[in-house]
Design a protein around this ligand. Structure first.
Ligand SMILES: Nc1ncnc2c1ncn2[C@@H]1O[C@H](COP(=O)(O)OP(=O)(O)OP(=O)(O)O)[C@@H](O)[C@H]1O
Ligand SMILES: [Mg+2]
Length: 549
């Protein structure tokens, strides 16, 4: 005697023309004789709910729906070729995700699913997450579990080419309010953490801002909060758990993958943030090439089994990386290679020292970090989608969004750089400007519980860390300068003669010049530091100071 699976709600397959020779009931799918006499049970209730078409790549598919073993309705969009694969691939896949299949009836199931035709709805499919190109310029952003679109009338479904890791990692848990209280609020007073959130939110703006792919890399001593900062960023889009605790579900991925694996990860995070932890674990012998590949936005040429060319996957991402060593050290690790400016520009090395965790909100530092790490794994995946949803609601189409983002970006870039800044520095600064724009938008949209001043100054602080000296020879004078520019130091500085202010600038600029990988000239670098510093020297003060260097 068969057990009827309890189905929650009305029969969801009603209206779908079931192929001749089959019958679908709450008990499952049966093969029937022409006189309607039941012959055999094939599987639990399963049917084709829609046909799909990816217009851009001209790929067809099916949306398979079924009632799982717990009585819940599920669906997966799959490309049509899976109905013609050798073996029981489709049956195995569906069994893994909850469809009860009668042993030995796997081929019957595939035959049944391949026989659907007639009055079945057609919907569009998207092979990857991120912005969906539309001929009408309508804004549509694809997430594994939902589609955020201006035009709700056109149904779009996420249909990845292969298994996508983001199906498990990009998802919401809890509410935006809870994320703001438990994750964002504790970031207050910690510029690196606020920056991490703004940087994550900047990733969907890459396309509208027509910006290039790039990344930043937080590096420094162990147990200083680097992975915690990455978790905070990850929690914007998905599960912010520490990857060492929840590798299966964590949004954060580890660098310990091959070049091909990293490319697949990049493609899976299109128009979003790719977080890579522990740089030293990267397998690749040529880390410099890995950086170039990730930043190229297109997969290396792949061959099919019969030596044809495989379609190459593309992506547009921001990378947030962490580790104990800098990317420069990683490139030069084997002692055989020298890092190039182009590599360092694509993944900006930012030393963290003790600056990630500054304000522990009255708790001891260890407990504060551990609580924040836990909360990133409990409340997540709401701020990013909420941010995109507001963008989609506010802007009529892609060009209107682009115009505003690019205008804001130009303003923020002007605030962070000088007209005479060298082109490579300008390119690098654009990554910070982008985080600044995202932070401003997100504050205005009430996604972030911060003020615009807080996000602006967080971006300035991290950019300053990027330009700060890292060599031990200059650390002592740097600490002195840090003291001078701190809250009390600033009050002190404002009262002393301009001459001393200029002298301190001169010291900072000299130190910075000696350590910078990217700054072309002393004058430019010093000018940039001046711009980011809370101490306001006039340009005349500044010129006379730098003239003496
Ligand atoms: N600023 C801090 N002060 C005190 N303890 C901290 C601080 N930052 C991190 N920790 C401790 O270190 C643990 C690991 O934190 P996290 O993973 O963020 O460190 P990390 O900088 O990534 O270290 P690693 O380089 O070893 O990966 C935390 O659970 C906490 O106990
Ligand atoms: Mg870590």
């Amino acid at each position: 005697m068969s057990v009827v699976i309890p189905i929650k709600g009305a029969h969801p397959w009603s209206g779908i023309p079931v192929p001749e020779g089959y019958q679908i009931t709450p008990d499952g799918v049966f093969r029937v004789e022409s006189n309607n006499k039941v012959r055999e049970k094939i599987a639990g209730p399963v049917w084709v709910g829609a046909f799909t078409h990816d217009k851009l790549n001209n790929i067809y598919g099916v949306v398979i729906r079924w009632i799982d073993r717990k009585g819940d309705e599920q669906e997966r969009a799959l490309s049509a070729d899976i109905l013609h694969e050798q073996g029981n691939t489709l049956a195995q896949r569906l069994a893994r995700i909850g469809l009860k299949i009668t042993n030995g009836k796997e081929q019957q199931l595939i035959k049944y699913l391949g026989s659907f035709e007639g009055e079945i709805p057609w919907i569009s499919s998207a092979p990857r997450v991120g912005w969906l190109d539309s001929v009408h310029g309508r804004l549509t952003y694809v997430l594994p579990d939902r589609i955020i679109a201006t035009d709700q009338s056109e149904r779009v479904v996420f249909q990845p080419e292969q298994h996508s890791p983001t199906t498990r990692t990009i998802r919401p848990q809890g509410t935006l309010d809870a994320w703001q209280d438990q994750v964002a609020q504790p970031c207050r007073g910690n510029p690196f953490l606020i920056f991490a959130v703004c940087y994550a939110l900047a990733s969907p703006l890459l396309k509208p801002a027509r910006l290039e792919i790039g990344g930043i890399h937080f590096y420094g001593l162990t147990s200083r909060g680097k992975t915690t900062a990455a978790q905070v960023a990850a929690s914007v889009f998905g599960c912010g758990a520490d990857p060492s605790d929840a590798a299966e579900h964590a949004y954060i991925q580890k660098w310990n993958a091959t070049g091909n694996g990293l490319q697949a990860l990049a493609a899976a995070h299109n128009d979003g943030l790719l977080v890579l932890d522990e740089i030293h674990t990267c397998d690749s012998k040529d880390f410099g090439a890995v950086i170039y590949n990730l930043a190229s936005g297109i997969e290396k040429t792949r061959l099919t089994k019969d030596s044809g060319m495989k379609e190459r996957r593309t992506w547009r991402i921001l990378v947030l990386s962490t580790g104990e060593i800098s990317s420069r050290q990683k490139i030069e690790e084997e002692g055989q290679r020298k890092s190039h400016g182009g590599q360092l520009l694509r993944l900006l090395d930012i030393p963290t020292h003790d600056e990630i965790i500054v304000d522990t909100h009255g708790m001891d530092a260890g407990s504060f970090v551990q609580k924040l790490k836990r909360d990133c794994g409990e409340h997540f995946g709401t701020a990013g989608p909420g941010f995109i949803e507001t963008i989609v609601q506010r802007f009529p189409d892609a060009s209107a969004l682009s115009a505003v983002v690019m205008r804001e970006l130009e303003t923020c870039e002007r605030l962070l750089t000088l007209p005479e800044t060298a082109p490579e520095q300008q390119r690098a600064s654009r990554r910070f400007a982008q985080a600044k724009v995202a932070g401003r938008f997100a504050c205005e949209y009430s996604i972030l519980p911060f003020t615009r001043e807080e996000t602006d100054s967080a971006v300035r602080a991290v950019m300053k860390a990027w330009t700060a000296p890292t060599s031990p020879i200059v650390c002592a004078p740097h600490k002195l300068c840090k003291l001078l520019f701190s809250g009390t130091g600033r009050a002190f500085v404002s009262g002393i003669p301009k001459m001393i202010k200029c002298a301190s600038w001169s010291v900072t600029s000299r130190m910075t010049y000696s350590c910078s990988p990217l700054m072309a000239s002393t004058r430019q670098r010093a000018a940039m530091i001046q711009k980011m510093s809370p101490v306001n020297c006039t340009s005349t003060d500044f010129s006379s100071a730098t003239a003496r260097m």
